[in-house]
Structure formats: C-alpha cells, structure tokens
Write a protein that binds this ligand. Structure first.
Ligand code: NAP
Length: 243
C-alpha cells in the first residue's frame, strides 16, 4: 500500500497511477484540489485498481501526522511513502521576503520530514518499507531565483541520506529522485521564451514527462531496488550530467 503526497496533479498523479498499475493500493494525497484528487482515484478504479483520496497540508505537523495515520488505517499497513508534495515561490535573493522563504521550506522540507517521521514509526514496526523523496536538480546545482526552493531540495537530499542510514538496519530504504524540467503546472508558469531556452539546455532536447519521473519512483519502490538506499536518481534528460 502506497501513500503519495501531492498526487492530485503533475508528477504525484503520474506516480499514483503508475504504482496502482503495478498493483499497489494507493492513497492519493492532496492539499486544496479535492476534485482533482477524486478524478485520480476514479481513473485508478476504472483501470481496475484500488485507491482513495485524503486531504491535508503537509506543512502542518498535525495534518501530516493525521494523513499518514489515516492512510495506514485505510489499508491496514504502509509499504511505500512518496514525499512528492511541493511548491515554489520564486524571487531574487535580495528581494525574497521571510514569508516566501518559510512557505517553501515548510511545504517542501518540513512536510517531507513530518511524513517521513510518521511513516518510519509504522515501517519500523513492520520491519519493511520504501520511502522516495521527490527532490530536484535545483537542490544539487542551485537555481538563480530559487534560493528557498534550492535550499529545501538540498535539505531533502540530506534528510534522505541521514534517514537511509538510520533506517537501513530495519530493511527500510530511503531514496530521492531529482527531476529536471518536467511538464507540469509548476513549469507551465514559465514564459514560452524561458521554456524554449530551458529545453535547449537539455541534452535530450525536451522537457520530461511526469511519467518519466514516475518510472524512476516505481523502480525505487519495487523489489528490484531492495539493495538501493541513500541514493539520488537524477531524471533530467542529461541537464546536470557531470555537475
Ligand atoms: P504541481 O503540479 O504544482 O503539483 C503540486 C502538488 O503538491 C499538488 O498535488 C498539490 O496539491 C501538492 N501540494 C502543494 N503544497 C502542498 C502542501 N502544503 N500539502 C500537501 N500537498 C501540497 O507540482 P509538480 O511539478 O507535479 O511537482 C511535484 C514535485 O516534484 C514537487 O516536490 C516539485 O518540487 C518536484 N519537482 C518538480 C519539477 C518540475 O519541473 N515540475 C522539477 C523538479 C522537482 P493541490 O493540487 O491539492 O493543491
């Protein structure tokens, strides 16, 4: 049974669909878009899978804890947590207000920590579990205009490695996936000129699809990756190779 946070759209939606297609019962986590989350659940059911939607703001500890507890209660166990919920609020460093800094750190890093900690308590009892954190190449190379987001994603990679080291003795793996430019609402806000310039920098010459990231997540959540922990799988069309 898998909990995917931020699964109402974009990468999280593709991950939920892909895990369900591989037979996992899936909890579709969402923040504000209950209807979109319901549509993902319906799509999974139509394909013969089992899913339900659960709301909550992962940036708030009580809500993150309640989300993980409800997910576990719904299906009786928790095998996979995909920490995918995230947001951006871009701006140049010198003009970045405290609120923009805090909001992004709260959603992208605090939220992942709260869900990971709550899930680890359950997985430690089970003596098994898979945790996949959706980071970003912004966290490995840094992006101008994204000091808050880059810091959150770099922190998420550090959290991934520390948690992997702590949880390995109980056969719980913790890995990260670091996408580059992926076609979602998050990147559709970019102007056509910026999108074109960005795609031109990608050796594979296109933005990635949410499904490209979902395949990497499914691998890390699968039995095939039983001996893989503490790693960062980069899915960026070659954008940061050699960096
Ligand atoms: P998206 O289309 O903007 O979707 C974001 C998802 O996160 C939504 O389901 C949203 O829920 C949920 N969410 C946001 N804040 C939340 C909160 N506080 N609590 C619970 N859920 C919350 O984003 P995306 O592009 O698919 O990105 C998904 C993940 O991949 C993020 O962590 C992002 O940083 C990372 N990533 C994306 C790209 C890219 O190019 N797109 C690249 C690298 C990394 P609602 O819809 O219900 O509000």
């Amino acid at each position: 049974m898998a909990l995917v946070t931020g699964a109402s759209r974009g990468i999280g939606r593709a991950v939920a669909l892909a895990l369900a297609a591989r037979g996992a019962r899936v909890v579709v986590g969402y923040h504000s878009r209950a209807e979109a989350a319901g549509a993902v659940v319906a799509e999974i059911a139509q394909a013969g899978g089992t899913a339900c939607a659960l709301g909550g703001d992962v940036a708030r500890r009580e809500e993150a804890d309640a989300l993980v507890a409800a997910a576990q209660e719904r299906f009786g166990r928790l095998d996979v947590l995909v920490n995918n919920a995230g947001r951006t609020r871009d701006g140049l460093l010198l003009r970045m207000g405290d609120d923009a800094w805090r909001e992004v750190l709260a959603a992208d890093l605090d939220g992942a920590f709260y869900c990971l900690r709550a899930a680890a308590r359950i997985m430690l009892r089970q003596r098994s579990g898979r945790i996949v954190n959706i980071a970003s190449v912004a966290g490995t190379v840094g992006n101008a205009g994204q000091a808050n987001y880059s810091a959150a994603k770099a922190g998420l990679i550090g959290l991934t490695r520390a948690a992997a080291a702590e949880l390995a003795p109980r056969q719980i793996t913790v890995n990260a996936v670091a996408p580059g430019f992926i076609e979602t609402d998050m990147t559709s806000a970019l102007s056509p000129a910026v999108r074109q310039a960005a795609a031109a920098r990608v050796p594979l010459a296109r933005f990635g699809r949410p499904e490209d990231v979902a395949e990497a997540v499914c691998y890390l959540a699968s039995p095939a990756a039983a001996y893989v922990t503490g790693t960062v799988l980069v899915v960026d069309g070659g954008l940061t190779m050699g960096a």
